[in-house]
Design a protein around this ligand. Sequence first.
Ligand code: NI
Length: 167
Amino acid sequence: MSLLPILRFPDPRLKKVAARVDSIDDSIRRLASDMAETMYEAPGIGLAATQVDVHRRVIVVDASETKDQLLTLVNPEIVEMDGQQVGEEGCLSVPGIYDKVERAAHVVVRFLDLDGESQMIAADGLLAVCLQHEIDHLQGRVFVEHLSQLKQVRIKNKLAKQARITA
Ligand code: NI
């Protein structure tokens, strides 16, 4: 297992659309396990392969308070969504930035597990937000792109300043 470097917004590689995984082999299992370790270490509640510069449709999430409910989803697809909720979101690729985003209140997601079995998960609340946020990453979308243009410019300026300070 190893920790993976996380791309930071507005890195253009975060805009790449991830490709479907055709077969779940050891390289996908290793990726998923490294992503989980990276997510817990950060710490975060979700991570998409896109954020570690691997453009395959794999996400890991754990929205539990006890941090022992790891879900690994390969080729996740939202098959049902309804209602709405607005919650404060953050992202490991956009450190220190939190803002309100409107999402569906309830989603059903179909995916493959690491054994290649087709599974469904129904989620609401934080887990539903997290799944929508991570699936967005696979489409090349970062949560700040749900915000106004003005806010996005401010966020880019703030992150550029942070990068200069840490460099
Ligand atoms: Ni994110």
